[in-house]
Write a protein that binds this ligand. Sequence first.
Ligand code: KIV
Length: 271
Amino acid sequence: MTGSKKPVTTLELVAMKQRGEKIAVLTAYDYLMAGLVDASGVDCVLVGDSLGQVVAGESSTLPVTLDQMIYHARAVGRALQHALLVVDMPFLTYQVSTEEAIRNCGRVLQETAAQGVKLEGGHEAIAGTIARLVESGIPVMGHLGLTPQSVHKLGGYRLVGRADFERDRLLTDAKRLVDAGCFSIVLEMVPSGLAGELSRNIPIPTIGIGAGAECDGQVLVLPDMLGLNEAFSPGFLKKFAELAPDVRRAVSDYVREVREGRYPGPEHSYE
Ligand code: KIV
């Protein structure tokens, strides 16, 4: 992949769906990894609030703050030349009132290179807030299905949409998000038939995670797909690399060489 490709915009993601081109999205949280991901050709980089778990070791995304998201988004944004940058809005930064949502999402656009924000949920109040955000010039990616900020309400990290009432709600919520002006919707842990039906019936791209092959695009959490998070192996996850054993081997080689006085050698020393 070259750095000469045109930067991706929110409109381009919609155009990719219209052309039948699949969209590749990954999360990133820091400058170095974001640069590697961008240079490898992803269309969109998400600074996910999954950083609560994979960077900070929390058990959920709930403790993540807006300042933390902005810190990581600034680092990621400095590395991107091609991919669209979308930033997750953390818990309670957009649910309390539309005014707070506009201020907080506006901060993300002002203080980072983000071209869009992602908000979870599709009920009427959220859709109303999203419509105001979009009117204010803030592009919004929706997120339906398993919405991790509602983990306690959902009763755990689980598939959403098998029961008739969940299926109906998902279809209604997706329609609301389209009407509110979202440029895309993440579908997390949704049965693949339902995700496919939904994807065929809305004009904006669906980005699936645990939602099957019929979504318009896919997203994975970077440390998970690189095999750095050994304890996490849900059925939907393909580990495209197994880096954890390599990291352990490199670090234990380093420790041994330091202890044995073999590192640094003459080639690593200055006269
Ligand atoms: O926080 C995150 O990384 C996400 C993706 C899993 C879609 O929301």
